[in-house]
Write a protein that binds this ligand. Structure first.
Ligand code: NAD
Length: 499
C-alpha cells in the first residue's frame, strides 16, 4: 500500500482537494457573520493555503445556540444508546474511508509528514471515536445504599454544551479526545480549533453529520484565540471548556470561567518532560527512545522528552548514540516524501521563536552537540533539524522553557537523589521516563516523579485505555480512557420515599 504513496501521488491529490474553510454550524457550512476571512500559509513551502472564516463572537453565539437547542430537545441526548453507538461507529468508518483526504488536510495545515498524518493521526482519531462509540451503551447509573424505605438513584447526566478549544500539534487526535467522550455522554460541542489547523476539524464535522449525528451536536467555529476562543470561554450558556494548549492560555481560560458562569474547565497544558538514563541502562534502547521521544513531530509534542537527565559516566556515549539514531533513522524531508519521518514546523512565527530560544540558550552558555539549525530554507518552508545541547544545567532557559521544537537539553547527574531533584524541578508535570536495569530503582523513581504518565525503559507508549494529562502547571482533568467520560457528566440524585 505504502509503495503507491509517492510525492507525485500526493501532489496530484492536492490538485483536486477541496479546502473547505467555513465554520460548520447546525449541520451546514457558514461564512463568518462579519464576512471576514484569513489565509493559512502552508508550512511545507510557505505558499498560501486555505482561506478560513474568521469567526468572532457572533459566530460563537450562533454555534452555542444551535448546540443548546439540540441538547434541550434531547435529539441526541435521549437517543437509544445502541442507535448512538451505530451513528458514532459510522462516523469512525467514514473517517477511515476518507483517511487520505484527512491526512492531506492535516499535513497542509501543520507540515507533518503526510504518512504520519495517515498512519498515526487519522488512524488514532478514528480509533478514538470508535472507542467512545463502543461505550455509549455500556454506561450504567447507580442506586445508593439508602436502606429499604427509600430509593436514591444516582444518575450520571451530560453537562450540556461543551466548548472545546484545541491546539495545532496533533489536531485530529486531540479533537477526538474531546469529541468522543463529550458526544458519547450526550453533550453538544462547539469546537474552536487552532487558527493554524482548522481544515481537519471542519471535515470531521461534516462527516459526523453524514454519519447521522444530528445537526447542532458538533459545531466548528474557526478563527483566532482572542476573537473566537475567548467569547466561547466567556459564554454564559457554555457549561464547560475542554482546553488543550499552552499553560499561559490555560490560565486565561480559568479566568474566563470565573468571570462568566463558573463553567467547568479541563486543562491539558504544556510540559518539559524528563527522560532519566542511569549508567546501567540499555543505552541503545535509551538513545532510540530519547531521539524519537524528543524529535518526533519536530518536537511539537506536549510530552516530548525534552530534558535528558543522564548519569555523567555515560553522557558522552549516549549522546553519540542519539546522534546516530537521529542522523540514520529520523529523516527530515518535505512532508510528501515517503522517506520523511519529520517535516516542517507549523509556521514562520513559531520557527522564528524556536530559533530565538536556541540563540538565547547559546548566549547563556549552552553547548551544541549537533543540529538545531534552520534547513531546507530554499523550499520556503519552516524546517529545523533535530539538535542536542549538552552539559546543561537545569536553570538554563533551554532546560526550563517549553521550546516546542526539535531541541534536546542534556543534563548530567551523579546520584539517583540528584536525578530525582532535577527531574521534579519544573513547573510542569505531564510525563517522564526512567531507563535502568534495576527494577527496584525504576519503580521507586516512577512513584516519586511528579508526572501524569511515567514510562519505564520505553517512551511514548499510549493506548485509549490509559488516561492522559498532567500534574502541576501541565493542567488537570484527563483525556482518553473510560475516565474521560466523567469529565463531561455530572451526578444527579433522585430520591423516592416508600410507605
Ligand atoms: P495555545 O495555547 O497558543 O493555543 C491553543 C488554543 O487556544 C488555540 O485554539 C488558540 O486559538 C486558543 N487561544 C489562544 N488564545 C486564546 C484566548 N485568549 N482565549 C481562548 N482561546 C485562546 O497553544 P498552541 O500553540 O496551539 O499549542 C501548543 C501548546 O499546547 C503547548 O504548550 C503544548 O504543550 C500544549 N499541548 C498540550 C497537550 C496536553 O495534552 N497536555 C497536548 C498538545 C499540546
Amino acid at each position: 500500500m505504502t509503495a503507491t504513496y509517492t510525492r507525485e501521488y500526493w501532489e496530484a491529490r492536492l490538485v483536486s482537494l477541496s479546502l473547505e474553510g467555513r465554520c460548520f454550524i447546525n449541520g451546514e457550512h457558514r461564512h463568518a457573520v462579519s464576512g471576514k476571512t484569513f489565509v493559512r500559509p502552508r508550512p511545507m513551502d510557505g505558499k498560501p493555503g486555505a482561506v478560513l472564516a474568521r469567526g468572532e463572537a457572533a459566530d460563537v453565539e450562533a454555534a452555542v445556540l444551535s448546540a443548546r437547542k439540540v441538547f434541550e430537545a434531547g435529539v441526541w441526548r435521549l437517543k437509544e444508546p445502541s442507535e448512538k453507538k451505530r451513528i458514532m461507529l459510522r462516523w469512525a468508518k467514514l473517517i477511515r474511508a476518507h483517511a487520505e483526504e484527512l491526512a492531506l488536510l492535516e499535513t497542509l495545515d501543520v507540515g507533518k509528514p503526510v504518512l504520519a498524518s495517515l498512519n498515526v493521526d487519522v488512524r488514532l482519531c478514528a480509533d478514538g471515536i470508535q472507542y467512545y462509540a463502543e461505550m455509549t451503551d455500556k454506561l450504567y447509573d447507580e442506586i445508593a445504599p439508602t436502606g429499604p424505605n427509600a430509593r436514591a438513584l444516582v444518575r450520571k447526566v451530560p453537562l450540556g454544551v461543551i466548548g472545546a478549544i484545541t491546539p495545532w500539534n496533533y489536531p485530529m487526535i486531540i479533537d477526538c479526545w474531546k469529541l468522543g467522550p463529550a458526544i458519547a455522554a450526550g453533550n453538544s460541542v462547539v469546537l474552536k480549533p487552532a487558527e493554524q489547523s482548522s481544515l481537519s476539524a471542519i471535515r470531521l464535522a461534516s462527516l459526523a453529520v453524514e454519519a447521522g449525528l444530528p445537526p447542532g451536536v458538533f459545531n466548528v467555529v474557526t478563527g483566532y484565540g482572542e476573537e473566537a476562543g475567548k467569547p466561547l470561554a466567556l459564554h454564559m450558556d457554555v457549561d464547560m471548556i475542554a482546553f488543550t494548549g499552552s499553560t499561559a492560555v490555560g490560565k486565561l481560560i480559568m479566568e474566563y470561567a470565573a468571570q462568566s458562569n463558573i463553567k467547568r474547565v479541563a486543562l491539558e497544558l504544556g510540559g518539559k518532560s524528563p527522560l532519566v538514563v542511569f549508567a546501567d541502562a540499555d543505552l541503545d534502547a535509551a538513545a532510540s527512545a530519547v531521539a524519537w521521544g524528543c524529535f518526533y513531530n519536530s518536537g511539537e509534542t506536549c510530552h516530548a522528552s525534552t530534558r535528558l537527565l543522564v548519569q555523567r559516566s555515560v553522557q558522552e556515549r549516549l549522546i553519540e548514540k542519539i546522534e546516530a539514531v537521529t542522523r540514520n533513522d529520523i529523516m527530515l524531508a518535505h512532508p510528501f516524501e515517503p522517506s520523511a519521518q519529520i517535516g516542517a514546523l507549523v509556521e514562520q512565527g513559531h520557527m522564528d521563536k524556536v530559533l530565538g530560544l536556541i540563540a538565547a540558550g547559546e548566549r547563556e552558555g549552552a553547548r551544541r552537540a549537533f543540529g538545531a539549525e534552520r534547513v531546507l530554507s530554499e523550499t520556503g518552508g519552516y524546517y529545523i533539524s533535530p539538535g542536542v545541547f549538552v552539559d546543561m544545567t537545569n536553570d538554563m532557559s533551554l532546560a526550563r522553557q517549553e521550546i516546542f521544537g526539535p531541541v534536546l537539553a542534556a543534563i548530567p547527574f551523579d546520584t539517583e537523589e540528584e536525578a530525582l531533584r532535577i527531574a521534579n524541578d519544573t513547573i510542569y508535570g505531564l510525563a517522564g521516563a526512567v531507563f535502568t536495569r534495576d527494577m527496584d530503582r525504576a519503580h521507586r523513581f516512577s512513584e516519586a516523579l511528579h508526572a501524569g504518565t511515567v514510562w519505564i525503559n520505553t517512551y511514548d507508549m499510549s493506548n485509549f485505555a490509559t488516561p492522559f494529562g498532567g500534574f502541576k502547571q501541565s493542567g488537570f482533568g484527563r483525556d482518553r480512557s473510560v475516565h474521560a467520560i466523567d469529565k463531561y457528566c455530572d451526578y444527579k440524585t433522585i430520591w423516592q420515599q416508600f410507605g
